[in-house]
Write a protein that binds this ligand. Structure first.
Ligand SMILES: [Zn+2]
Ligand SMILES: [Zn+2]
Length: 349
């Protein structure tokens, strides 16, 4: 039996766990609607680290990696519209297609996902040479697309979704709180549209510099600067029209409330289930403000993200900090992520 290298997650008895690189058997198609992918590229996500630290659930003995692209190697008899050799990107969150949310066009909120089905978290994912997925999880890619760049499509789809939820207008002052990998990817999507000012708030020096490099008009270090004062100065005392909280802590949400303009949209993107905040409903009523949630992306956001990569709209060379072989996942990949000196590290298994 032929073998492949794979990054397998092993649960600790208490919480979290560890990843080990192991030689395991190459998987086979077992259902008629499946495809066998030869994985070409898979991004490392903050969620991967959270899984190891115990901050996100995952199944024991699962191959991690949920931001991946590949080439169709084999296909089940029911798969008619894909051919061997086709390039695809994977939507790791399997959708049912028939729950009430799917039927209402909210496939990113599909009930089925609550069962824990994500590839690379609850089912085997992309940190391996091969992976079996259902046809429904694959989006066909143009033939000439760069497969390493295409590994950005999944996180980009979440950024596109967030941009649409925020309903960003040309005259808006836009603030992004938190310039971690997702904050920076959201920034690069927003930057492609004309707006008044783009302001990033971030503690980490490397990330603030990256935010400038990606086109922020202003960056603010909340450790040394008075955030509210700075935002008011930049916006002529009006406040921020769009605020994206890409962190999700009580403090960052409340920071958003301290700076919102009349008519503002405050978009909650970052997640921390422990966060709580106090809010005065009248501040919403009297100034007709909106608080919105943005959760992953739907199928249409994937299509848009594919075009952002295919048309080279997004400066991928600024977002892909490094590409590494799977052998270096732990030593180089996880290490750089923990140092917070990267946007995306892409693994070529
Ligand atoms: Zn991710
Ligand atoms: Zn559904």
């Amino acid at each position: 039996m032929e073998k492949m290298l794979a990054a397998v997650f092993h649960k600790n008895e208490t919480e979290g766990g560890f990843v080990s690189l192991e030689e395991i058997e190459i998987p086979n198609i077992s259902k008629t609607d499946q495809i066998l992918l030869e994985v070409k590229a898979c991004g490392i996500c903050g969620t991967d680290l959270k899984i190891l630290e115990g901050g996100h659930p995952a199944n024991d003995n699962t191959i991690l990696g949920h931001e991946f692209t590949g080439i169709v190697k084999e296909k089940g008899v029911e798969v008619k519209d894909l051919n061997v050799g086709d390039k695809v990107v994977v939507d790791p969150n399997e959708k049912c297609g028939y729950c009430i949310n799917c039927r209402r066009g909210l496939s990113n909120l599909c009930d089925y996902m609550a069962l824990g089905t994500t590839f690379g978290i609850f089912q085997n994912g992309g940190f391996a040479k091969y992976c079996v997925i259902p046809r429904s999880a694959a989006f066909k890619l143009p033939h000439n697309i760069n497969m390493t760049a295409a590994a950005l499509i999944e996180p980009l789809s979440c950024a596109v979704h967030c941009h649409n939820i925020a309903d960003v207008r040309e005259s808006d002052n836009v603030v992004i709180i938190g310039a971690g990998p997702m904050g920076l990817i959201i920034e690069s999507v927003i930057r492609k549209h004309p707006i008044k000012n783009l302001i990033c708030i971030e503690l980490n020096n490397w990330r603030r510099e990256k935010a400038m490099d990606l086109g922020a008009d202003f960056v603010i270090n909340p450790y040394y600067q008075n955030v509210k004062k700075e935002i008011m100065r930049i916006t002529n005392e009006n406040g921020a029209d769009v605020i994206i909280d890409a962190v999700g802590l009580s403090e960052t949400f409340e920071m958003g409330l301290s700076m919102w303009a009349p008519g503002a949209r405050l978009v909650c993107f970052g997640q921390d289930y422990r966060a709580e905040a106090k809010i005065k409903p009248n501040d919403i009523v009297r100034h007709q403000r909106k608080i919105l949630g943005s959760y992953i992306g739907n199928a249409e956001d994937f299509l848009d993200a594919i075009e952002l990569i295919n048309n080279k709209v997004i400066e991928i060379e600024k977002l892909i900090t490094k590409t590494i072989p799977l052998e270096q996942l732990i030593t180089t990949g996880f290490h750089l992520m923990k140092e917070r000196k990267c946007v995306k590290i892409i693994v070529n298994p």
